[in-house]
Design a protein around this ligand. Structure first.
Ligand SMILES: Nc1ncnc2c1ncn2[C@@H]1O[C@H](COP(=O)(O)OP(=O)(O)OP(=O)(O)O)[C@@H](O)[C@H]1O
Ligand SMILES: [Mg+2]
Length: 1022
């Protein structure tokens, strides 16, 4: 146990300055405070000796962590005295100062009156002497106390302290501070690193390469549980800290983690944010971090969303971008090392982010170190291959010699009999964690015992040792007392890391007398460890957790999962977003387990329903934030839980289909939609039916261009709009309107497209649904460019949309592209180029390949309109390659016709013809725009090659088709092409007629580039 001695310094002086009555009051306050603090930490005030207090920790009831409790009490006394002093100073102009001595050891404990122990012995004496030797405000620790708490404190050795009345000099420590207030002293088996020389060199060299080349390198360390990944990283960090800033983040197993938690941890470290809950401080911290950075405010805002300081409103790509900016700006100041531990548990979205960072960060020295189990490669077979020079280190088992060294280190360099040590190292199979656990078990059993700093071993040679780590852990857990087992079992249901309060709550039905003691003992046995947050603990190793979980009867697990879910439901956490997923996860586990043991139980259905609903709502949230993969996963699980007749399936299936479609999992979509449709019809759910029909049409369009017609799509969309107007939600209706918009676009009715898109935008704005707003703006922009809205009016509308989307970079950039297009048609080429370049920069910045291609296409058009054909060709070609390479046929065809047009202009007719033939072969009949444009370009090619009849035929067909549309720019081009073709075929007056139509069309549109083209033709037609 530990003795605490605390005395007021210079109390005689105090007595002289303050009158007796006031002094009594002061001292009463002081005693109250000290007693309260000692009680609070579980100590017992043994007696008052004058102004001194003698307290004991660890008696009469044993406490594993008596020393740390006493140290905590001592530091708290010191700080409460400081508070008390402010008060005392105001009232009496006096202040108190205390000195404290602590010592641990065996003391004699007798049964005193009133439950008080009577303690005597030399340890008590020494504590008193230490207190006397302490200066005012100082806390001195005896050597035994220091040994017990050294993991948790910073202290300064005092040598040669001679203590009054004691014969020899004793080593003591002056306590500077508690380093880890939540820590409990663990029976840590610390050993210096053995082996791993080559691996360390690789990590160190890579950092050097990063620094000298100002580059970002990705290093992945893979290896099985317990092989030493985290340890290797810890050693490397220790070394790297002298040359680089290091940030660490850790992923947690599924059901515990929050997607971006590791990154949030890192940013909090970088910005020195202690407590994220203190929002204002945290925000200020982030702003300080990003001060003077380009677009620092916006980055700070996005990062704030990530840290949960405010609800997220940006699409994931902007979050990615902001994170990248933070790390880049940190690495600009000094080399940076980012350590992501346990990446095999990372959510898919976080893996996406890590790969994005590894690929996109440039020109700054940054080493990204990812640690994980080999399972990582099962979920990401091509992990990291896109990064610059990625390096993967596979951590192998330690050699026999290394294991021998490790064993010796662990036992404090005491020799074991050779047969015993061979047996231990061989059983551990090259895995240092395994070896540590074997030793721990022997210690639990008393076969190995530490006496002071020495080890004693017996019977080690005969003890049966389980052959696997998990077998060993199970054996260790079996040896625990019932309270400890209940505590660790309950914790295992919650997760690798868990809040102590939750255990308390879940255990209330058991009459567990002292949870603190059980947890303390589990920490002492190094099965649990203190987590970073002081109110949480974490399993020493995930395998311990697994063993504890498996060791509990399933029926108990069912209850615990369910009760924990309810506890979470009641806990109004600010992270409500991810909370639903977590609750769903626990209910799902409860359901699966109960189904295994009692499929007939009435609770099975109930649990399925509750779990399914939670996962559905989590899935919807994920969809709203643009986390597609997560959406698919959550909704699939939800659909698997909700039985076919469950009404809540209605909300799940269409969203699941949509997410699957966006993720490109086309083959899985069809059955989901078929079920949704059947379900909707059987229940007369018209809104659902309408949405399912729409999705089926979209699917048809994607998979088989000829599987549907524009008319069919329009009628489905019109029906859906009508139904949803009556019974649907705003975002659903907005979406249906855009389908309708697509059908108008395909039919070349741009005015109608514009009208429904504007309506969709209104609805989307009203509901605040970000995805819907974003898609509506896209449609509005396209319609303004393509249709009969005069360019100037279109540009004004786009400018106002740009103002309204301030802060959303993706929306802004895509709107800027449409604006650039309009400006270019108005011959404001410089402004147009600027807008397009800005947009392109954003897309590159955010790593948006599809949008980069789209911007290149726009740049190509701008270049073409100012007559820079070379530039036009290269930009359009790049876009075409991107689309074609990804099988995005619609866009690829658009790019191909644009390119063919440019090639025609420079007389490379054969190349142009190849492109046009390709388009002709692929274009859907109902897509009027593409059908017109390939014909029109085709007619010029034929004409150029001297095939005038074929040319005229195609040009006339194009003119015939385009006449029924309001695709104004296209119309102007078609008539201009027709004029050229006719002129070449020797019909000048007909050519002039076409030219005038073209001119008039361009004039109406305000397309000055077109007007110029039509005017230039004048010389050739007449
Ligand atoms: N080379 C080594 N020398 C000494 N001790 C080691 C060495 N490697 C690992 N250890 C010890 O073995 C234990 C397990 O190592 P560590 O936690 O690094 O494993 P890990 O590979 O990160 O496992 P996990 O996949 O579970 O995270 C730790 O206590 C660690 O200190
Ligand atoms: Mg690890």
């Amino acid at each position: 146990m530990t003795i605490l001695f605390c005395d007021v310094v210079r109390s005689t002086e105090l007595a002289l300055r303050v009158d007796a009555e006031s002094l009594r009051k002061v001292m009463t306050r002081y005693f109250e405070q000290v007693r309260g603090t000692i009680d609070h930490h579980g100590g017992v005030v043994e007696k008052f000796i004058g102004d001194a207090v003698l307290a004991v920790f660890g008696a009469p009831r044993a406490q594993e962590d008596h020393a740390l409790r006493a140290v905590r009490a001592a530091t708290e006394i010191r700080s409460t005295i400081a508070d008390l002093n402010t008060e005392l100073h105001q009232s009496w102009e006096v202040t108190l100062e205390v000195a404290i001595g602590l010592n641990s050891g065996d003391v004699f404990v007798g049964d005193g009156a009133a439950g008080h122990a009577i303690v005597t012995g030399s340890a008590v004496n020494l504590a008193a002497r230490l207190e006397q030797a302490a200066a005012p405000g100082e806390i001195l620790l005896g050597s035994e106390t220091y040994r017990l708490v050294r993991d948790a404190v910073e202290a300064q050795p005092i040598h040669g302290l001679s203590l009054k009345g004691l014969p020899d000099e004793r080593a003591a420590h002056r306590l500077l501070r508690l380093t880890d207030a939540g820590a409990v002293p663990a029976r840590r088996l610390d050993s210096p690193l053995v082996g791993r020389v080559r691996e360390m060199t690789l990590l160190v060299d890579t950092l050097e390469r990063c620094a000298s080349g100002r580059r970002c390198h990705l290093v992945t360390v893979l290896g099985v549980a317990g092989i030493g990944k985290s340890r290797l990283a810890a050693e490397f960090i220790e070394d790297a800290r002298t040359r680089a800033a290091v940030l660490r983040g850790r992923c947690l197993p599924y059901g515990e983690g929050i997607t971006f938690r590791p990154v949030a941890e890192m940013i909090a470290q970088a910005a020195s944010i202690g407590d994220l809950a203190a929002h204002d401080d945290a925000r200020q911290g982030i702003r300080d971090l990003l001060r003077d950075q380009e677009r620092g405010e916006l980055v700070a805002e996005r990062v704030g969303e990530l840290l949960g300081l405010k609800p997220a409103s940006a699409p994931p790509e902007e979050t990615f971008w902001a994170i990248r900016r933070v790390f880049e700006s940190l690495a600009q100041k000094e080399p940076l090392v980012l350590v992501f531990d346990d990446v095999h548990w990372a959510q898919p979205m976080l893996l996406d982010l890590l790969e994005y960072l590894a690929e996109q960060i440039r020109d700054v020295p940054l080493e990204m170190l990812c640690l994980g189990r080999p399972e990582l490669l099962e979920v990401r077979p091509h992990w990291g291959t896109g990064a610059l020079d990625p390096l993967t280190i596979h951590l192998e088992q330690l050699s026999r010699d290394e294991m021998g060294g490790l064993l010796q280190n662990l036992l404090g360099n005491r020799e074991l009999p050779q047969s015993a040590s061979r047996r231990l190292t061989e059983s551990a199979d090259g895995n240092p964690f395994f070896l540590e656990e074997i030793i721990s078990m022997l210690i639990d059993d008393g076969s190995l015992a530490r006496r002071g700093d020495e080890w004693e071993a017996d019977e080690v040679t005969d003890m049966p040792l389980p052959p696997t780590i998990s077998g060993l852990l199970t054996a260790r857990l079996d040896r625990l007392g019932p309270d400890e087992r209940a505590a660790i079992g309950t914790a295992s249901v919650i997760g690798k890391e868990f809040p102590i309060a939750a255990i308390q709550e879940l255990l209330t039905h058991r009459s567990s007398p002292d949870l603190d003691a059980s947890l303390g003992s589990l920490v002492y046995k190094d099965l649990l460890r203190p987590a970073e947050a002081s109110d949480r603990l974490v399993f020493r190793h995930v395998l311990v957790r697994e063993a504890a979980y498996e060791g509990m009867p399933k029926s108990e697990r069912v209850d615990l999962h369910e009760r924990y879910a309810s506890w979470l439901e009641d806990d109004a956490s600010p992270r409500a977003d991810e909370q639903q997923e977590l609750i769903g996860h626990h209910l799902e586990r409860a359901h699966h387990l109960l189904f295994e043991i009692a499929p007939g139980d009435a609770r099975v259905a109930q649990l399925a329903h509750r779990a399914g609903r939670c996962l559905a709502s989590a899935g919807k949230r994920a969809a709203g934030r643009g986390h597609r993969r997560a959406t698919v996963e959550l909704l699939k699980r939800s659909a698997a839980l909700l039985p076919p007749e469950d009404a809540d399936r209605a909300g799940v299936l269409p969203d699941l289909a949509e997410a699957l479609m966006q993720e490109g999992e086309i083959a899985q979509v069809e059955p989901v939609l078929a079920e949704a449709l059947a379900f909707a019809r059987s229940r007369g759910d018209r809104a659902l039916e309408a949405r399912a029909m729409l999705a089926i049409s979209e699917l048809r369009m994607l998979t088989d261009a000829r599987g549907i017609t524009a008319d069919r799509l329009r009628s489905v969309a019109e029906d859906a709009v009508a139904v949803l107007e009556a019974v649907g939600t705003a975002p659903d209706l907005a979406e249906a309107l855009l389908y309708l918009g697509t059908s108008h676009w395909l039919a070349g009715d741009i005015r109608a497209m514009l009208e429904v898109s504007e309506r969709s935008l209104d609805l989307a704005r009203g509901s605040g649904d970000w995805e819907a707003i974003y898609s509506s703006i896209l449609y509005v922009g396209q319609a303004l460019v393509l249709g009969d809205t005069p360019c100037a009016a279109g540009a004004r509308r786009m400018e106002s949309l740009l103002r309204q989307t301030e802060g959303h970079r993706m929306a802004q950039a895509s709107a800027a592209l449409d604006l650039a297009m309009l400006l270019s048609l108005m011959e404001r080429a410089e402004e147009a180029e600027m807008r397009a370049a800005d947009a392109l920069e954003v897309f590159v910045d955010l790593g948006q390949g599809r949008w980069i291609a789209s911007a290149q296409l726009t740049e190509g058009s701008i270049a073409w309109s100012r007559g820079d054909l070379q530039r036009a060709e290269s930009s359009i070609l790049a876009a075409h390659e991107w689309y074609a390479g990804r099988g995005e046929t619609f866009q690829a065809m658009e790019a191909a016709t644009d390119l063919a047009r440019v090639l025609c202009d420079v007389g490379r007719l054969e190349e142009a013809r190849v492109l046009v033939d390709e388009v002709k072969g692929n274009a859907a009949d109902y897509d009027v725009e593409i059908q017109v444009s390939w014909r029109s370009v085709g007619s010029r090619i034929h004409s150029g090659l001297g095939h005038h009849q074929a040319a005229l035929a195609l040009a006339n067909e194009a003119a015939g088709l385009v006449a029924g549309t309001d695709l104004m720019n296209l119309q102007g081009d078609v008539y201009a092409d027709l004029a050229e073709v006719r002129a070449a075929a020797g019909s000048p007056s007909e050519a002039e007629e076409a030219r005038l139509t073209s001119l008039a069309t361009f004039e109406r549109k305000g397309n000055l580039v077109g007007v110029r083209r039509a005017s230039r033709l004048l010389g050739r037609t007449s």
